[in-house]
Ligand binder design. Structure first.
Ligand SMILES: [Zn+2]
Length: 236
């Protein structure tokens, strides 16, 4: 990849300088480094602004194409070699960070407690959606795990991320419980750890402490079949 992914090391970076590496179809921009998270792993992309001199280009979508992170801006004008300044829509990103950590917390408690597996998950700005392979479906059971999650998210429990060699990482039970696709031939996995609660292979952005998650609220639960249950949450 051409781009240095600054958000992987520091998910709290709100601004950065960068150089335009390439421009495709006038509006799709690859940078030498970026704070913008590209859509993937159940986490929506960031939005924000790329500023060149006094000109502002709104970043409307960020995705990975042919292995490169491409920023789609709302108008033409940026050129290869341009020195730019990037600014995140931080309110959106921070909500997604809180949601992503909340998702790991809840999934871990439910999966460890019931043996269920997560078969799908999608974060949105306003809610978190989960699909579980879970036969014994009961609102009281769900409420119990939400209460447990909220008890933990009252505490200042640290959330860390680090790399582990793939072979070593795969020995950790439940390390890939979120059904998030992993690239097949990578030597190391990025592990997100809620200390004492969960370790998960993950490429997303997270908060530093469970206390930042806030309160998790169950919105809706529905059965999509014998083994497929769908649950919606939000954080407040
Ligand atoms: Zn995740």
């Amino acid at each position: 990849m051409l781009t240095k992914t600054l958000f992987m090391d520091d998910s709290y970076l709100k601004e950065c300088n960068a150089v335009v590496v390439s421009v495709k179809d006038q509006k799709n921009i690859v940078l030498d480094q970026t704070i913008f998270y590209p859509k993937g792993g159940g986490q929506p992309c960031d939005t924000g602004k790329i500023i060149k001199d006094n000109e502002t280009y709104n970043v409307v979508y960020v995705g990975k194409f042919s292995g490169e992170i491409s920023h789609e801006v709302d108008r033409a004008g940026l050129k290869e070699g341009d020195k730019v300044h990037c600014v995140l829509n931080w309110a959106r990103r921070y909500k997604l960070m809180r949601s992503h950590t909340a998702a790991h917390l809840f999934a871990s408690l439910l999966c460890v407690g019931t043996g269920a597996l997560v078969t799908g998950n999608q974060l949105e700005e306003d809610y978190i959606r989960f699909d579980f392979n879970f036969e014994n479906f009961d609102k009281e059971i769900l409420a119990q795990y939400v209460a447990e999650a909220n008890e933990l998210s009252n505490k200042d429990i640290p959330v860390n991320w680090f790399e582990l060699p793939k072979q070593e990482a795969m020995k950790i039970p439940g390390i890939i419980k979120m059904a998030e696709a992993l690239p097949p031939d990578i030597p190391a996995l990025r592990i997100v750890e809620i200390v004492g609660v969960d370790r998960q292979a993950d490429g997303g952005t997270h908060v530093h402490s469970l206390r930042e998650v806030g309160k998790i609220e169950l919105l809706k639960a529905e059965s999509k079949g014998k083994n497929n249950k769908r649950v919606y949450f939000k954080i407040t």
